[in-house]
Design a binder for this molecule. Structure first.
Ligand code: SF4
Length: 82
């Protein structure tokens, strides 16, 4: 599974980082930074909880293989500037 953020929805609430701190940190503006998008089986429950908690419905889990999709997900330091 792959963790993705829809940047058009994310408002930087930060709940995802508190529920999945081993994968998500917040940048200086409070927006999430995903260290590695691939979610291991052992992290799936916490990842699903983070997805379900996002008030903006911006976080999602995709079953697509990590490298088979184009630019719908952005990893470290690739968040668009506002
Ligand atoms: S909880 Fe949702 S809206 Fe908030 S920072 Fe995470 S992805 Fe963005």
């Amino acid at each position: 599974m792959k963790l993705e953020i829809d940047w058009t929805r994310c408002d930087g609430h930060g709940f995802c980082a508190s529920l999945l701190p081993e994968r998500i940190t917040l940048d200086e503006w409070g927006f999430p930074v995903i260290a590695r998008t691939h979610i291991d089986q052992s992290e799936l429950t916490a990842a699903r909880r983070a997805v379900g908690t996002c008030p903006a419905l911006a976080l999602r889990l995709s079953s697509q293989p990590v490298d088979s999709r184009s630019s719908t997900s952005r990893e470290v330091n690739s968040r668009p500037t506002r």
